[in-house]
Write a protein that binds this ligand. Structure first.
Ligand code: PLP
Length: 475
């Protein structure tokens, strides 16, 4: 590791930039022929030098400052750490000959993000291929491939790539013919995109409560909320957990309602052996950067219904007739995905099973360590006939410690997230509420923990230690 932090004084700024990239620290220690450290160079310094007219080929030795902060091996840990602050984020520890033997970093700067994408496969290769092909807009081989392969992954006949998860929901609603005067039932506990899409379609959302055990929309509440104007239900497979699709489908059949699944957090989850998204009339997915797989921004609608498929293709492309180009027989949108996004999507999809496995094993590490804590309730993974996937590892803690725990974790650089606020608590959605008891309770107690590429076993145990700490001090 130390080698990647060392940069010979004769190197160029370009070399230094490459080292920043490789070592992930945004800094290098500049050394001479004898390995003696003679300066520290950070990405901030380089930016400043560029602004002052230096070029990529300028030599590092021409810009390093004579004074820099370092520590001697003989100094105490405390003395060394006291030299660090928001500005001095990294410093070399040297021996008597001024050779770097170690380094320390500002602890406050250790930041573990809640969800970072895993882009280690063919993502860059395909992206460059798409770029070099010049098919960088919304036509190109990767779009068709992404659709075909995503449909196969879900086990649905058709897939329609589009701009994001929200536009997927909007497209699905429009394809079901939902509009003014119609009511669409949504859960209270979800990301706002679910309800926004209904409002974009000029329909009226009806917010119902969720189940205490699955956190998903409650079929009993759905049934109570149905009126003669109800046209569709949008179950949201929250935090990777499939909703009670059996009961929801039964209700939908009985009342002649569409089921549009919001699968933005549940790529690959199973209900009754079927992947979510293929169970209702249309399934909607998101490929935002924090989702299970990503293409930056992106969305996908899947369906087995040929007519819905055709409508979604048309509405996505300005409402242009599929038979006659530049002829419009309905008012559509531009919801097309680019070939560049699809290229990343195809590469992500190649590894989706592996990505899901890694995420599940991360969740299992959390589960193992959190299992016997009285103040922690894990998201359930034992519903018969359902196989949840790991989006964000999510837990409920006692209400009076949730703030303290999340505060402490943040303080130590771990990015935790409280659950979504219930929609019914926000002024703009209040008027649509039908029921919301469990949703408020769950939202008040929920925490999502760092889940994604780069989370190590050590990080998991550090995070769990903080959660435990709080439990211990609370009798
Ligand atoms: C992320 C998300 C969406 C929206 O997806 P975007 O791609 O960000 O538009 C919709 N519903 C749920 C439940 C989500 O988590």
């Amino acid at each position: 590791m130390i080698e990647k932090l060392l940069c010979h004084r004769s190197k160029t700024l370009l070399d230094a930039l490459q080292l920043f990239n490789e070592n992930g620290k945004g800094a290098v220690f500049v050394v001479d022929d004898l390995g003696k450290v003679c300066g520290v160079l950070t990405d901030g310094d380089v930016r400043r030098w560029f602004l002052q007219g230096k070029e990529l080929q300028s030599r590092v030795e021409g810009i390093i400052q004579a004074e820099f902060v370092f520590a001697k091996r003989t100094e105490s840990r405390e003395e060394i750490f006291n030299k660090l602050n928001e500005k001095i984020r990294i410093l070399p520890i040297v021996d008597d000959a001024m050779r770097v033997v170690d380094y320390v970093e500002f602890r406050g700067s250790i930041h573990v993000p809640i969800a970072s994408p895993d882009l280690k496969g063919n993502e860059l290769k395909y992206l460059i291929d798409a770029f070099l092909s010049t098919w960088i807009s919304s036509k190109g081989k990767y779009i068709e491939r992404f659709e075909k392969e995503f449909a196969r992954f879900i086990g649905a006949r058709y897939a329609v790539a589009n701009t994001n998860g929200t536009t997927s929901l909007h497209l699905a609603l429009l394809a079901c013919g939902i509009g003014p005067g119609d009511e669409v039932i949504v859960p209270d506990l979800t990301f706002a995109a679910t309800i926004n899409a209904v409002i974009h379609a000029n329909a009226r959302p009806v917010i119902v409560d969720v189940e205490l055990d699955s956190w998903g929309i409650d079929p009993l509440e759905i049934e109570k909320a149905i009126t003669s104007r109800t046209k569709a239900i949008i179950p949201v497979h929250l935090y990777g957990q499939p909703c009670n699709m059996g009961a929801i489908k039964t209700i939908a059949r009985k009342h002649g309602l569409f089921v549009i699944e919001d699968c933005a957090e549940a790529h690959g989850a199973l209900y009754g052996g079927q992947k979510v998204g293929s169970i209702g009339d249309i399934g909607c997915f998101s490929f935002f950067g924090n989702k299970v797989i990503t293409c930056g921004e992106g969305g996908m609608c899947v369906t087995n219904n040929k007519e819905a498929y055709g409508l979604m293709c048309q509405i996505r492309d300005h409402g242009m007739s599929l038979q006659k180009r530049y002829w419009h027989d309905r008012v559509g949108y531009n919801y097309r995905m680019t070939n560049l996004q699809a290229a990343i999507g195809v590469a992500q999809l190649e590894r989706v099973d592996e990505i899901l496995r890694v995420r599940e094993s991360l969740e299992n590490q959390y589960r193992f360590l959190l299992a016997d804590l009285d103040h922690v309730e894990l998201q359930r993974n034992d519903f018969p006939d359902r196989k949840k996937i790991t989006w964000l590892v999510s837990i409920l803690v006692d209400r009076d410690v949730v703030e303290t725990i999340s505060g402490k974790l943040k303080e130590r650089g771990f990015d935790v997230r409280r659950f979504f606020y219930p929609l019914s608590e926000m002024d703009i959605y209040k008027k649509y509420v039908f029921s919301n008891v469990n949703s408020r309770d769950i939202s008040n107690r929920g925490l999502s923990l760092p889940t994604g590429a780069g989370i190590t076993e050590k990080m998991v145990s550090d995070i769990v230690a903080v959660i435990k700490e709080k439990g211990a001090s609370d009798p």
